[in-house]
Design a protein around this ligand. Sequence first.
Ligand code: SF4
Length: 224
Amino acid sequence: MKKKNKSSGAKREPGLFRRLEALYRRMELAYASCAEEAGLSCADCPTNCCTSFFQHHTYVEWSYLWRGLLELPDHRRREIVRLAEDYMGEAGSALALNAVPKAMCPLNSDSLCTLYSYRMMICRMHGTRNVLTMPDGRRRFFPGCARFVSLPCTADPSFSNRQEGGRVVSRDTPDDACPSLDRTPFYAELAALEREFLTRAASPLTRVNLTLAEMILLGPPALR
Ligand code: SF4
């Protein structure tokens, strides 16, 4: 007769999605603290971040998003798929003209996120000025959203936002005049979760570079 495994007393590590949720919470806290320090508030903002053109780069977030989508009633999910198709048409037309798409995210409904607790990392961190230390040690600075760059603390004349094709791009000189959110540890943690998630894949997968609409239309990522 097989012996029952006795608990060793060692704590089991929480599942991957639980750790992703915990990471998301820490990102939100860090974001809120930086926004408060800088004086950034989204109240009455004339722009809507959900029309920003973002691509996402991890299978683990893609899979987690689909966990949320599968919890929706079928009719709601079908509606979101239809909105994702509309999004692709609108975004495709803009890209064909070499313009940055401004289509509304298919998950936005009456200015609210349908899958708020499943939304992607960038939805939780977009807005504040931020800094990222690259693997080669270089530090890159990003100015933040349109409202952030108009805050009094950004009046430092040494800081000028560079725009290319309507998009604010990174700069590579330091700026201490205004609070910045260091995204580096969060990206590193997400990358570690992604590596762990990909150990489930039967063979090496190509790098993800997809809009949320594409992730919806493609279905959950296939690892086998
Ligand atoms: S996932 Fe939610 S928060 Fe993110 S862009 Fe779409 S509607 Fe907005």
